[in-house]
Write a protein that binds this ligand. Structure first.
Ligand code: SF4
Length: 281
């Protein structure tokens, strides 16, 4: 039995796949998208986070912390020592059986819905993910929200187990993908084409980042990819201006290279040219 590290379970979610859903957020992601609004999902391990609101500056948390690679790492005793109770764990280890029995107990409240595994990147903990999917198969509708970044054999196994995929398509150009997410999109595009061909339920999601993903060239490239793969529906996610909010909790600085004050372009005409229906979330 593999243990998984999760950092949140959101109940009654209506944006993470069909119907009403429980969304499980797994820790760990191989990408580092500049616009990531879930930075607590990037690191694979349990972290201690500190809320900046309400701090009286007594310094007790720092007295009980260690320095690692120039960064302050809070310890369990830092949590205990803060008089304002501003520090907490982010991430919890759990067994798949424990998580699945919790999810199955809520089944009757999730009309037309089910469970969505999100992150981070769920495939970062593929062993744990597959154990959960195996236990839920046939009992509950399952979806995976993914960047598509994983080995093709791992992805193929997921298509046998999950009912639905929410697949993020970000940047069509490989160099741009590396620049803004830190990884090549070669595996992602390969997995996307495989998934589209498999006939599995698939929802494409495109984050609209001003001047990065909303350019004419990028949207045209993504539309061409979708059209060639027989996919004619996409959900657009305009840049979340609150994206930087959680970085402080982790002691990180949010400094995107794009102009986050701009409003992203929907590019409806390009989607129309390729007969792709869109929904702006
Ligand atoms: S211990 Fe709590 S109140 Fe004191 S400096 Fe740290 S976070 Fe602020």
């Amino acid at each position: 039995m593999v243990k998984g590290c999760i950092f949140s379970i959101e109940e009654f979610s209506v944006y993470d796949g069909p119907g009403i859903r429980s969304t499980v957020f797994l820790k760990g992601c191989p990408l580092s998208c500049e616009w990531c609004h879930n930075p607590e999902g990037q690191d694979a391990g349990i972290q201690i986070v500190k809320s900046p609101n309400g701090c009286v500056g007594c310094g007790a948390c720092f007295e009980n912390a260690v320095q690692e690679n120039g960064k302050t790492v809070f310890m369990e005793r830092s949590i205990k020592k803060c008089p304002m109770k501003l520090l907490r764990y982010c991430g919890k280890m759990t067994e798949s059986t424990e998580l699945c029995s919790k999810l199955l107990a809520n089944r009757e409240f999730l009309s037309d819905g089910g469970v969505t595994f999100s992150g981070g990147e769920p495939f970062f903990q593929s062993g744990f993910l597959f154990e959960c999917l195996e236990q839920l198969k046939g009992k509950m509708h399952t979806a995976i929200q993914t960047s598509g970044f994983c080995e093709s054999a791992v992805f193929a196994r997921a298509t046998e187990l999950a009912d639905h995929f929410l697949f993020d398509l970000k940047l069509f150009d490989e160099a741009q993908h590396i620049k803004y997410t830190g990884v090549s999109n070669r595996l992602i595009l390969e997995n996307f084409r495989f998934l589209a061909k498999s006939g599995k339920d698939l929802t494409v999601r495109i984050p609209l980042i001003p001047g990065v993903t909303d350019t004419y060239e990028n949207i045209d490239g993504l539309c061409r990819l979708m059209s060639e793969s027989g996919i004619y529906y996409a959900e657009l996610m305009p840049y979340n201006k609150m994206a930087g909010g959680k970085y402080k909790l982790l002691g990180k600085t949010y400094s995107p290279s794009f102009d986050e004050t701009l409003t992203p372009d929907i590019r409806a005409d390009i989607f129309e040219k390729y007969c792709i229906k869109i929904l702006v979330l």
